[in-house]
Design a binder for this molecule. Structure first.
Ligand SMILES: [Zn+2]
Length: 98
């Protein structure tokens, strides 16, 4: 019943995970290879863009709506937020259930 919505959720969740993990891994590799972001403007610009995309994807994920009740799945308010909820914080719909 909610396959399409859960597929979109998985894609967004995986995108957030890949963007953040590769951001820090690439920084480590860049520094290990002797890169200096203060001199390399292209690397600095790419880094800022990468981080902005990661933050934007995380914000979109935090506002992702439950397929059943259409309220944000991860939060009940600005202060009450769960990173890895097993069920909707509003209606209790289990993650990936139909
Ligand atoms: Zn719900």
């Amino acid at each position: 019943m909610y396959e399409k919505q859960w597929r979109a959720y998985r894609w967004l969740r995986n995108t957030v995970a890949v963007l953040f993990s590769t951001y820090f891994l690439s920084w480590g590799a860049y520094v290990a290879l002797g890169g200096d972001v203060r001199r390399d403007r292209t690397a600095g610009f790419a880094s800022v863009c990468w981080l902005l995309f990661a933050i934007l994807a995380a914000i979109l994920l935090s506002y992702w709506r439950c397929p059943r009740c259409r309220k944000p799945f991860h939060r009940t308010s600005m202060l009450n937020y769960e990173f890895f909820p097993r069920k909707c914080l509003h209606c209790g719909l289990e993650k990936f259930s139909h």
